[in-house]
Design a protein around this ligand. Structure first.
Ligand SMILES: [Fe+2]
Ligand SMILES: [Fe+2]
Length: 555
């Protein structure tokens, strides 16, 4: 309340904008909910309890644990514990994310319910049987998890949903159920790799249904009637095959419809949604084309570089593309202060002190975050905007500030200025506020951003100069610790470098000066190679070595 009145007073005097500063709402409680082992343990305990209750209460006289519920509890608890260890070992990163554990366990539980429901429906409408193993939605959990958190989680769901599902059917059917569930699940997983359109998801459902039909023929669950069989038998085969394909398709349609709900609940964005967001007609991007055309072009090039590199290391290319489009929207507040929009006109930084220039340049991150939140952009885009410069140093203005200080110091020594005129130059004041990139995609965009800015001022580019430029930027970022939180391996970085170099070479193809082979060069091969090497090794032009430094500053 007091804060409100004090802010109002400051606003009336012109000392405050009246806007509240956004603070991250991190508490120990929210941290524990997000990754605390206590919550994780509780989730697995709840899962084991619910599966045990479901297996015991849904079991019939022929079920595996019909006579011994205690045995059911012990077996389910042991399998759940195995699942925990398996997850911890093979998917260590997501094991600490309680939201992903909640998603995985709830989806497996839902699949168990859907299997029982479909069995009930099949028995109601066809009590004489014939649809056993054909109408179960085996692919529900695998495709939800494959789309939401990746195929490795999907394989996990296939195995454990099949094992737990096998306990809910009769003793005689358990083995065949596990076979059907695993094979159909893996087929669906294979088909949902990098699904980016809802139509392809439905297609995956259809093909999984076809796989189920083929499996049913192979395992004798659909009897081939023979060409001289009565029409009724052929009708039955057609009904069985169609029902399997229909259930596969309907399961995919159900998943497609539920995806937005899952995405909103678990704050995960799938490739399907990223593709829908990759629309250059977004009002902010349209505004950018008018107010900051240089930044718009820069963002498109960064998007291409980042997307290609993400493909090379199996990160999310479409997420990289969309986040790159928006990474510099904050520059629209003061477009004229950024090098890509200056052109041949007057540089407004000439009129400013280096520290003031650095403040203006740094503000584009905070302004971008504010604009993204105001326009309700995806939280991953907000994170990329916040992280794309990490805590890097704006070297260009920092060195200008040091130079200015030295000049004033010389003036003081010569008695032309006062001691108090010497400005204090603190390196921290020239660093972005961060945080440093925390995901692979964010790190790729951050690197692509620097590489694109540096490449713009590359004079007479050659493949060698491009490689050197990229090497310098990567070395600089690594040494400065900017990639410490991004879980990128050295092998990933090597692939990203290679991808950037290839993309830049193709983009600058018309500008690249390839070494020429002199006419009449019909001398021995060894001598020709030597001459080529000599031409490529031409020293970079004066002033170009500072290109990477400039780039890391204002991009
Ligand atoms: Fe940028
Ligand atoms: Fe930027």
């Amino acid at each position: 309340m007091f804060h409100f009145f004090s802010q109002k007073r400051l606003k009336s005097r012109g000392f405050s904008s009246g806007q509240k500063r956004r603070k991250p709402n991190e508490t120990a409680m929210s941290e524990m909910m997000r990754s605390g082992w206590q919550v994780r343990g509780l989730l697995f305990f709840l899962f084991a309890t619910l599966v045990s209750a479901w297996v015991i209460f849904s079991s019939s006289a022929n079920s595996i644990f019909a006579d011994n519920p205690l045995q059911a509890v012990v077996v389910i608890t042991v399998i759940t514990a195995t699942m925990m260890v398996h997850w911890h070992v093979s998917l260590a990163q997501s094991f600490t994310e309680n939201s992903k554990i909640t998603l995985m366990l709830s989806v497996i539980l839902t699949q168990l319910l859907l299997v029982k429901l479909s069995e009930y429906v099949a028995m109601t409408f066809a009590p004489e049987g014939g649809f056993k193993f054909l109408v179960e939605p085996y692919i529900y959990a695998p495709i939800v998890l494959s789309l939401m958190v990746g195929r490795r989680h999907g394989t996990f769901a296939v195995v454990y949903a099949s094992l737990f599902g096998g306990m809910t059917v009769t003793k005689d059917d358990a083995f065949l159920f596990v076979i059907f569930s695993m094979i159909c699940g893996f087929v669906a997983l294979y088909l949902t790799n990098r699904v980016r359109r809802r139509s392809r998801l439905v297609g995956a459902g259809v093909y999984s249904g076809v796989a189920c039909v083929l499996l049913a023929f192979t395992l004798g669950q659909i009897q081939w009637p023979g060409f001289d069989a009565p029409i009724e038998q052929w009708e039955m085969v057609a009904k069985q095959a169609l029902s399997a394909i229909l259930v596969g398709t309907l399961t995919a349609v159900l998943v497609s419809g539920l995806l937005p709900l899952f995405e909103a609940t678990f704050r995960i964005t799938t490739d399907v949604s990223w593709i829908e967001m990759a629309d250059l007609n977004h009002p902010l991007l349209k505004q950018m084309t008018i107010e900051a055309p240089g930044t718009y072009h820069h963002s498109l090039v960064v998007a291409t570089l980042a997307e290609t590199a993400a493909e090379a290391i199996d990160a999310s290319p479409v997420m990289c593309r969309v986040c790159s489009y928006f990474h510099d929207i904050g520059k629209m507040k003061k477009p004229a202060y950024f090098v890509e929009n200056i052109g041949d006109g007057q540089n407004p930084h000439d009129e400013l002190t280096p520290s003031m220039s650095a403040l203006i340049v740094m503000a584009h991150v905070k302004d971008g975050v504010d604009m993204a939140i105001k326009h309700k952009l995806n939280p991953h885009i907000v994170a990329v905007i916040r992280e794309h410069h990490g805590t890097s140093l704006i070297k260009y203005f920092y060195h200008r500030a040091l130079k200015l200080r030295d000049e004033i110091q010389t003036a003081v020594d010569e008695g032309k200025a006062h001691e108090e005129d010497i400005p204090e130059v603190n390196e921290e004041s020239f660093r972005y506020a961060g945080p440093r990139p925390r995901t692979r995609e964010s790190a790729i965009i951050s690197l692509a951003d620097s590489v694109e800015s540096a490449s713009r001022s590359l004079q007479k580019p050659t493949p060698k100069k491009i490689d050197e430029l990229i090497d310098n930027i990567f070395r600089d970022r690594l040494n400065d610790g900017q990639l410490d939180n991004a879980t990128l391996t050295l092998a990933d970085l090597a692939k990203i470098k290679k991808s950037f170099a290839a993309t830049l070479r193709s983009m600058m193809h018309t500008r690249i000066e390839y070494p020429k082979i002199e006419e009449g060069a019909d001398k021995p091969r060894q001598k020709k190679t030597k001459r080529l090497k000599k031409k490529v090794d031409v020293a970079p032009e004066a002033g170009e070595s500072s290109t990477a430094e400039k780039a890391t500053s204002g991009s």
